[in-house]
Design a protein around this ligand. Structure first.
Ligand SMILES: Cc1cc2nc3c(=O)[nH]c(=O)nc-3n(C[C@H](O)[C@H](O)[C@H](O)COP(=O)(O)OP(=O)(O)OC[C@H]3O[C@@H](n4cnc5c(N)ncnc54)[C@H](O)[C@@H]3O)c2cc1C
Length: 623
């Protein structure tokens, strides 16, 4: 039932490391579409004609363009806003693939129906099973297509593996890239490279720095796309159109309306802090071109924008001090967690909700901050429990990588000094060690657990160095460009409250109340199991900070199983229009802003592009 819930911190860092390792890239300033319901006149500097125009030369758009051109032999033009092709796909690493010949040749187990059933349950059967069937099958067909085009050498780059964040019993074992290190080689990047080459082969004309700003609509059909190049407006007449303009995460109006909780605390994310501080260059999972340009264009032609599907996938809660004892304790069931108002808000540890689901609670707290409080009593209980191995920490973590090490006194000393020696190592240390105010004014600390230089713009807040605790509560190691300390300590609870910046009166009252629950063996407020109720009254006192993260924004035009755009009636389709990738909706639902997806993003980008290419080619042969 749970999609991607229990991936570990290590897996999380692996999954996001591509983002961290991504060099800053040049984009042209985001031109927001000028599409209006009324006709607008332009002075065109150039007019072009084609059979199929593809709006957005990111991953799914390029796949659709190449596939349609290959199958139909018709003229295809791709209009891309950025100076480069491939969008977010260039940095995406792992996929799920079903029923490819590659898998069949290796006699890998076929989990197709089990997986589909599980995911339909997860989405409460609110998705079209035919669409899920099509896009799951298309993942394998797409990979076969690549193998056919590229031959045996291509296949050798892949090893048998699972999608990095998947953990269900029906996870398919399929092709994953051999090198999952920090070299920058990604599955998505490989595909983008192939698509560029094949576009050339099949005569696809690719125009970068051509943001689409409008479409011309006649009789309910897009008959031309209008792009704004550096020279002026360019009109591209077409018979059919694929919209593949990606996400809207950098559109303030859309975010404020559909993801207000996220918007209110976006600067408080871990990597998100970096995204926003460095001016929305390509960092983390955002991209300054993700301004949701497809929205007014799709609305103009009468496509159904399914706003109920709009959501941001949030990740966390993530302990800021991931490498040390403080990070380990943040996920311990023995801690008491408060927000900046000094109030508890969930049965601890919050991580028991999982590393994705918990973030939706975290994001609603002031500055999306959680402070997990512990003292000598709690440390003793956590350590004893760890030795007995009867309990595990929150389900979002796993004990081997989160274990405490040393005696209670040693852990306390290490927490006071900075916390790093108090927990099992989390991979190689990062670069800079989180100097006061870390993450500001220098090109790059190390990637957490990876030690890779960041290469962000000089003078900007680079992702922080290896996180650690703080001596006496002085700000020290931070993460993700955040200036928030990863932990605090103090001799008294009053002093701790001051250092954390929480509402002191409320905090002291919360601790008092919590200690009463411990004495009674019953937490009537948040229903914590009595075996985890340990009073907090024996100093020194500590707090481990946790925050949240995000990957991308999702939601857009509702599509049918062939990726054709539905009209508002959700039965008929807009003639000659396909929508792909992050801007298309059909493979996920958003429950109260929480994404429940049947298939992961990159698999969907592959399969939606591939299916749109197939269907558009059929259409072009007929018109
Ligand atoms: C760092 C990173 C790591 C990821 N890792 C994974 C992973 O391991 N597994 C996984 O399943 N998913 C992953 N994803 C997600 C996955 O890559 C995306 O969901 C997928 O690439 C989306 O494809 P797309 O075609 O919709 O968008 P994109 O590939 O981003 O393309 C959209 C394109 O549209 C262009 N555009 C926008 N507006 C206009 C306009 N007005 N005119 C013209 N062009 C326009 C953009 O510039 C962009 O090139 C990752 C994403 C990122 C960023």
């Amino acid at each position: 039932m749970k999609e991607d819930r229990h991936f570990t911190r290590r897996k999380f860092m692996a999954a996001t490391s591509a983002a961290i390792a991504t060099p800053a890239v040049m984009n042209i300033a985001g031109a927001v579409p000028e599409a209006r319901a009324e006709a607008k006149s332009y002075n065109f500097v150039e007019k072009k004609e084609c059979d199929l125009v593809v709006l957005g030369g990111g991953g799914s758009g390029m796949i659709a363009a190449v596939r349609a051109a290959q199958l139909s032999g018709k003229k295809v033009i791709v209009l891309e806003k950025a100076a480069f092709l491939g969008g977010g796909m260039r940095t995406a690493r792992t996929v799920r693939t079903f029923r490819s010949k590659w898998q069949q040749k290796r006699n890998l187990p076929d989990h197709f129906t089990g997986y589909a059933n599980l995911k339909m349950d997860y989405a409460l059967w609110m998705l079209d099973p035919k669409l899920l069937e099509n896009c799951m099958l298309a993942t394998g067909q797409f990979f076969d297509w690549l193998c056919e085009m590229e031959g045996a050498e291509f296949e050798k780059q892949f090893v048998e593996g699972k999608y990095v964040m998947g953990d269900s019993e029906f996870e398919p074992i399929g092709p994953q890239i051999l090198d999952t290190g920090m070299s920058g080689k990604t599955f998505g990047g490989i595909v983008v490279g192939i698509m560029k080459e094949k576009a050339n082969k099949h005569g696809v004309e690719v125009l970068t720095k051509h943001p689409v700003v409008d479409v011309e609509v006649q009789n309910g059909k897009i008959v031309a796309a209008i792009a704004k190049s550096e020279k002026g407006y360019v009109r591209v007449a077409c018979k059919a159109c694929v919209m593949a303009t990606g996400s809207w995460i950098c559109n303030e109006d859309v975010c404020k309306k559909y993801v207000p909780d996220y918007w209110a605390v976006k600067e408080d994310t871990m990597m998100g802090a970096m995204d926003w501080q460095i001016g929305r260059s390509q960092a983390g999972h955002t991209n300054m071109n993700y301004t949701g340009d497809g929205i007014p264009l799709a609305e103009k032609v009468g496509a159904f924008l399914d706003y109920s599907s709009f959501c941001i996938r949030l990740l966390g809660p993530m302990a800021m001090g991931m490498g040390g004892a403080a990070g380990t304790m943040a996920d311990s069931p023995f801690v008491m967690t408060v927000n900046l108002n000094g109030k508890r808000y969930c049965c601890e540890p919050i991580a028991h909700l999982g590393s994705i689901d918990g973030a939706h609670l975290q994001v609603k707290q002031p500055h999306a901050r959680g402070l997990s409080i512990f003292d000598r009593n709690v440390l003793e209980a956590a350590l004893a429990d760890q030795k007995n191995r009867t309990l595990r920490a929150g389900s979002g973590s796993d004990m081997p990588e989160m274990a405490l090490s040393g005696t209670v006194d040693e852990i306390i000393e290490s927490l006071k000094k900075g916390g790093k020696s108090g927990g099992a190592p989390q991979g190689a240390p990062g670069g800079s060690q989180g100097a006061p105010g870390g993450g500001q004014g220098g090109p790059g600390g190390g990637a957490p657990g990876g030690g890779q230089p960041q290469g962000t713009a000089p003078g900007q807040g680079a992702p922080g160095g290896a996180p650690g605790g703080q001596g006496g509560g002085t700000p020290g190691g931070q993460m993700g460009g955040s200036t928030v300390p990863s932990s605090y300590w103090a001799d008294t609870l009053e002093e701790l409250a001051d250092k954390m910046g929480v509402d002191k009166k409320a905090f002291l009252e919360t601790v008092k109340q919590y200690n009463e629950y411990c004495a009674q063996g019953s937490d009537m407020e948040l229903f914590k199991d009595k075996k985890y109720l340990v009073p907090i009254n024996k100093g020194p006192f500590f707090a481990a900070t946790s925050a949240f993260n995000h990957d991308r924004a999702f939601g857009g035009v509702k599509v049918n199983p062939d990726m054709q755009a539905y009209k508002a009636d959700r039965k008929s389709v807009v003639e000659g229009l396909w929508v792909t990738g992050d801007f298309s909706t059909g493979r996920h639902t958003a429950f109260n802003g929480h994404k429940r997806q049947a298939i992961n993003d990159l698999s969907w980008a592959f399969s939606s592009g591939f299916l749109a290419g197939n269907s558009a080619a059929d259409y072009l042969k007929k018109v």
